[in-house]
Design a binder for this molecule. Structure first.
Ligand SMILES: Cc1cc2nc3c(=O)[nH]c(=O)nc-3n(C[C@H](O)[C@H](O)[C@H](O)COP(=O)(O)O)c2cc1C
Length: 244
């Protein structure tokens, strides 16, 4: 079984997204899966040109010759494919959006209607990996992921089993080790969050789903909104003072 996660943070290997992906894949490996994390920022991925050559002139094949064809092969040979990224402007960073735009060769041009009145293009490939969505925000609170949740709901319309796990981790900047060092009770909660990630990875590989209890542990509050704001604002006071 192959589990691949595409990390769409511009920070790549130094990202908070990576701090979330690492334990998840560790759990998947413990359960016997082959795993890979792909850092999109290290790849050559041009913007989609909107030429539709992949629908007309060369069906299924993009006109742009960069790393994308290889990445789509990797996606399609995976049993589970995850996308991990920070919230940017209440949505996903351009790096991940750009990657998604380049999925166009995987769809056919014809338009169909869903029962709920929305529309879709049928996939060109018969087997698509089941998916993870892993997002982290720099804000505390509950509303950072509203647009991303809407995006994931759209993916789920493709079939009830399409999405195996969704992680919406607020207070993302607490995951790294800020210079001030978070208080011990927060460190303990972060350790619990990472244990839950390992558990989610194991459950995915062994049962094909992640149980409610694990999902709840993944969304446990790391600290109060006020504590997070105070820590973050203090951090920026210091960074700005040091640069003066
Ligand atoms: C250009 C930019 C836009 C951002 N927009 C948001 C936002 O709308 N909401 C939010 O909660 N955090 C926002 N953030 C903060 C990031 O989501 C946060 O720093 C995150 O932990 C970074 O994760 P990463 O290390 O995986 O990239 C933004 C950061 C940048 C650089």
């Amino acid at each position: 079984m192959k589990v691949t996660i595409f990390n769409g943070s511009p920070r790549g290997r130094k990202s908070n997204s990576h701090l979330i992906v690492e334990p998840l894949l560790e759990g998947a490996r413990e359960a016997g899966a082959e795993t890979e994390e792909v850092f999109l920022v290290e790849k050559d991925i041009e913007h989609c040109r909107g030429c539709f050559a992949c629908w007309g002139k060369t069906p299924g094949i993009c006109a742009i010759k960069d790393d994308m064809a290889g990445l789509l092969d990797l996606l399609l040979e995976s049993d589970y494919a995850g996308m991990a990224a920070p919230v940017y402007g209440m949505y996903m960073p351009g790096l991940l959006k750009n990657f998604y735009d380049r999925f166009l060769p995987l769809a056919t041009p014809y338009i169909y209607r869903n029962d709920d009145g929305s529309f879709y293009h049928e996939g060109r490939v018969k087997r698509f990996p089941r998916q993870f969505f892993i997002f982290n925000s720099g804000f505390p609170g509950k509303h950072n992921f509203d647009l991303l949740r809407a995006y994931v709901e759209m993916v789920k319309r493709g079939g009830p089993d399409r999405v195996v796990l969704e992680i919406y981790r607020n207070c993302g900047e607490a995951l790294g080790v800020p210079d001030e060092g978070p208080p011990p009770e927060v460190l303990q909660k972060i350790a619990g969050f990472k244990d839950a990630l390992r558990q989610a990875g194991r459950e995915t590989v062994t049962t094909g789903q992640v149980c409610r209890e694990t999902v709840d542990q993944l969304h446990v509050e790391l600290m109060s909104d006020e504590e997070y704001m105070a820590g973050a604002n203090k951090h920026w006071d210091r960074v700005i003072a040091e640069s003066e």
